[in-house]
Design a protein around this ligand. Structure first.
Ligand code: UT7
Length: 327
C-alpha cells in the first residue's frame, strides 16, 4: 500500500515523559537474584530501571507525562477530543486507564480508551489516533504509553526481573490540513501472530486464573523473532512510502535490548549516532519506551522539527510493526 492522500495529517506538537523516582540499579538486583551488573549490561545494555512507588498507578505516570506533553504543545487538556492510552498494566481491570487519565486531566468532552499490544502498544495507539485525525474525526489527540510493569515481575526470576521498568511517555497530535504541511505521521504498518502467545505473556488473567500473573518470556525465542520481524516490517514500511534508509534522520525503536537495537541499525545501514537509545537508563518500559525515548531526544536537542523518524516495536502477542513520522 502506498501513501493515500487524506484531508489531514497528524502532526506531533509536543511530547513529554515521566519516570518514577525509585531507581533500582543492577547492583541492587544482584543482591537478591543470581545475576550481575556485567551480565545485564553485556546482554541487554541496561544499567538501571525505575519502579513506581507504592500506590503510584499507571494513570499517575501517564498523567505526569501527559501534563508535560500538553505544556510543550501549548494545548489545554480541555481541548483534547481523543485520548488513547497504550498499556498492559491498567490501574483496574475496567474501565480503561484512558478514562482515568481523562478525569485526572479534567477533560469531559473527549473520547478516551486503551489499546493493548504490550511493547508494540504505543505504535498501535499512534496508528489508531492517526486514523481518527487523518479522516477528520478528531482534531487534537493525546497518545500515551504508560506502564507499571514492575507489578507483573517475579523478583525471583532473574530471566525477567532485570529486564523491565516503569514509566510513561506522551505525544500531542494536531490534525493539520495535508496541503499545509509535510510534517506528521507518514504511515504505520502493524501485524500480529497469536500463535506466538506462549513465548511472552503474563500467566494470569480475569477469565483464566483470576489473578494478575507474572511475566513469562522465552527470551532467546523473542530475540530471534524481534530481529527478523522488525527488519521485515521496517523494510516494508520504507518501501511502501518510498523512503530510502539514508533519508532517515533517526531510528527511535522500542527499547528492550541494546543488542536488538544495534542489530536493526546494522540492517538499515544506520550509524548508531542516528539511533536514540535510552534502554540503559530505564530498561524495557513496554508501551512507554518509544514516546519516552522520543521525548528524551527532543529535550536533549537531538530530534528537531522536520526530522524524519523510523519507529519500530515488537511485543507479546506477538504484535509488531514500524512507522514513519516527520517530527
Ligand atoms: O519488549 C518485548 C520484546 N522483548 C525482547 O525483545 C527481549 C528479547 N530477548 C532478550 O533481550 C534476550 O534474549 C535476554 C536479554 C532476555 C536474554 O539474553 P540471551 O543472550 O538471549 O541469554 P539466554 O536467555 O540465552 O541465557 C544465557 C544464559 C543462561 O544460562 P545457561 O543456560 O547458558 O547456563 C541463562 O540462564 O544466561 C542465563 N541468564 C542469566 N544470567 C545472569 C538469564 N538471565 C540471567 C541474568 N543474570 N539476569
Amino acid at each position: 500500500m502506498s501513501h493515500i492522500s487524506t484531508p489531514f495529517r497528524s502532526v506531533i506538537s509536543g511530547c513529554g515523559h515521566y519516570l518514577p523516582d525509585n531507581v533500582i540499579t543492577n547492583e541492587e538486583l544482584s543482591k537478591t537474584v543470581d545475576t550481575s551488573h556485567q551480565w545485564i549490561v553485556e546482554r541487554t545494555g541496561i544499567h538501571q530501571r525505575q519502579f513506581a512507588l507504592e500506590g503510584q498507578l499507571t494513570s499517575d505516570l501517564a498523567f505526569e507525562a501527559s501534563k508535560r506533553a500538553l505544556e510543550k504543545a501549548g494545548v489545554d487538556a480541555k481541548e483534547l477530543d481523543l485520548i488513547v492510552v497504550a498499556t498492559a498494566t491498567p490501574d483496574v481491570t475496567f474501565p480503561s486507564t484512558g478514562t482515568r487519565l481523562q478525569a485526572k486531566l479534567g477533560n469531559i468532552t473527549g473520547l478516551a480508551f486503551d489499546v493493548a499490544a504490550v511493547c508494540a502498544g504505543y505504535l498501535l495507539a499512534l496508528n489508531v489516533a492517526d486514523n481518527f485525525l487523518k479522516l477528520g474525526q478528531s482534531k487534537t489527540a493525546l497518545v500515551v504509553g504508560a506502564e507499571t510493569l514492575s507489578r507483573l515481575l517475579d523478583m525471583q526470576d532473574r530471566r525477567t526481573c532485570v529486564l523491565f521498568g516503569d514509566g510513561a511517555g506522551a505525544v500531542v497530535l494536531k490534525a493539520v490540513p495535508s496541503d499545509q504541511t509535510d510534517r506528521g505521521v507518514i504511515g504505520i504498518h502493524m501485524q500480529s501472530d497469536g500463535n506466538f502467545h506462549d513465548i511472552l505473556y503474563a500467566d494470569g488473567g480475569v477469565s483464566s486464573t483470576g489473578t494478575r500473573g507474572k511475566v513469562y518470556m522465552e527470551g532467546r525465542e523473542v530475540f530471534r523473532h524481534a530481529v527478523t520481524k522488525l527488519a521485515a516490517s521496517a523494510e516494508k514500511t520504507l518501501c511502501d512510502y518510498k523512503i530510502d534508509p539514508e533519508d532517515l534522520d533517526w531510528l527511535i525503536p522500542h527499547q528492550a535490548n541494546l543488542r536488538i537495537i544495534e542489530g536493526m541499525a546494522k540492517k538499515l545501514n544506520m550509524s548508531m549516532e542516528k539511533v536514540i537509545t535510552t534502554v540503559q537508563h530505564h530498561a524495557n518500559t513496554s508501551a512507554a519506551s518509544i514516546p519516552l525515548a522520543l521525548s528524551h531526544a527532543v529535550e536533549k536537542g537531538q530530534v528537531k522539527e522536520g526530522d524524519l523518524i523510523l519507529h519500530e516495536a515488537i511485543g507479546g502477542g506477538l504484535v509488531w510493526g514500524s512507522g514513519l513520522v516527520r517530527f
